[in-house]
Design a protein around this ligand. Structure first.
Ligand SMILES: [Cu+2]
Length: 434
């Protein structure tokens, strides 16, 4: 049976906790393997906050290597003790992280993970990631759906050799064990006609999922923690590393239904991921009258009519052997500023990919709207923080650099969210100035 990760919730507006980063043996199906964990579990504890809360977290590093922490998707300061991925927490150090979650933070599913350049892929592959939920999504639902069962569907894989998760010389596309909430092919219970909220998140380091649930659709309420203004139903969801979908699932007639990832290729220079069973949805028990699902949901913040305050072109490329990865022809240098943006503007970026594989683009601290893919208009129904850039293709996005919190100005990064690509160069620094 599917089990939820441990939960740590804010109390009276503050989430105060310690995450201990340490090697730990974990059990996945019938295997016991050595992972790197937050508080001892392969899937770290889920942190739950409300908009406007404060996070006061101590990261205690019991590894033999440096680590740090990133709060993926959060509109918080990238500086000082905040969501600052330029920090490095040495072995045997305890470090404070203090984040003021803005009252305007969109409600939905986020996550946290190690973001130390050069070690982020090995560390996240080995287990260093967990969910972060900003509560309030149910309150946007019709009254009869506000108390529905909520489930985490945490997608995370482990490639182990000799009982230890591989961290050196990671080769994407090798056989890996895909888990849901750290479990191997669990059963997920539902009643016929019952509506459930699933928080789907790919918090692995490198692999892509094309999710399908036999006989069921995913009714997407939020993408990357940003509620949509129009709910659409999908038979399949493309979930690259880092991506989240909050969806409604309505139980079909009594029976068993496979949750799987379909075979997926990221291109001739990329990877061929095989079809893999992930879990079984078991519909049983008293039938319920299927609720009418909403078609409208979050506020409409469509950026189509806005005036553009600046434009950038960003190029993703790689060397012929696929060992080094570039943004605008350069590998990451944390001492260099690659893009400067004026605070208070809405920017339009054209992200081109001149390689023969897809790369999921991600930027910290804010969300963007996809305007077009390969020149074809894209009818976005919300904002997001990850978009797959097609091989030999381009995506145009619009980003509001408008956080009401002036601390928001500073330096942060954008990168490919295949963490092996990020570690080998595919990341760049953005600075927002007055
Ligand atoms: Cu990439």
């Amino acid at each position: 049976m599917l089990a939820e990760p441990a939960v740590i919730s804010s109390q009276n507006g503050v989430l105060r906790t310690t995450l201990i980063v340490a090697p730990q043996n974990v059990t996945i199906g019938t295997q016991t393997i050595q992972a790197l964990t937050y508080n001892g579990t392969f899937v770290g504890p889920t942190l739950r906050v409300r908009p406007g809360d404060r996070i006061e977290l101590t990261l205690e590093n019991c590894l033999s290597e440096t680590t740090n922490l990133h709060f993926h998707g959060m509109d918080v300061t990238p500086s000082d003790l905040g969501d600052n991925i330029f920090r490095a927490i040495d072995p045997a150090q305890s470090a404070p992280y203090v984040l003021q979650v803005p009252p305007e933070q969109p409600v939905g599913t986020y996550w946290y993970h190690d973001h130390l350049h050069g070690l982020s892929s090995p560390h996240v592959s080995a287990g260093l990631s967990g969910l972060l939920v900003v509560e309030g999504l149910q309150e946007l639902l019709p009254p009869d759906l506000q108390k529905i069962t909520e489930r985490s569907i945490v997608l995370k894989d482990a490639h182990a050799i000799g009982g230890v998760i591989v961290q050196n010389g990671i080769t994407i596309g090798q056989h890996t064990t895909r888990t849901v909430n750290g479990q191997f092919q669990p059963q997920i219970p539902i009643k016929p006609g019952e509506t459930q909220l699933w928080r789907i998140a790919n918090i692995g380091a490198n692999i892509t999922y094309m999710l399908k649930l036999d006989g069921h659709s995913f009714h997407v309420l939020a993408e990357d923690g940003h509620p949509v203004w129009e709910v659409k139903a999908f038979d399949q969801l493309l979930v690259p590393t880092g991506k989240r979908f909050d969806v409604l699932v309505q139980g079909g007639p009594a029976g068993s239904y496979k949750l799987e990832t379909l075979a997926y290729t990221t291109g001739p220079a990329g990877n061929n991921f095989p079809q893999t069973d992930l879990a079984t949805l078991v519909s049983a028990g008293d039938s319920q009258k299927a609720a009418t699902l909403p078609t409208k949901f979050g506020p409409n913040d469509d950026l189509t009519p806005v005036s553009i305050g600046g434009r950038q072109t960003i190029e993703f490329s790689e060397d012929p052997t696929g060992d080094i990865f570039f943004i605008n022809g350069r590998t990451f240098d944390h001492n260099r500023v690659d893009v400067t943006v004026k605070y208070g503007t809405i920017q339009e970026w054209t992200i081109t990919n001149v390689s023969d594989e897809e790369h999921p683009f991600h930027i910290h601290q804010l969300d963007f709207q996809v305007m077009s893919v390969n020149g074809q208009p894209y009818n976005a129904v919300g904002l997001q923080d990850i978009v797959m850039i097609p091989k030999r293709g381009e995506v145009v996005i619009r980003m509001p650099f408008l956080s009401p919190n002036l601390e928001f100005m500073g330096k942060w990064v954008f990168h490919c969210h295949i963490l092996n690509h990020e570690d080998f160069g595919m990341m760049a620094v953005i600075e927002v100035v007055p």
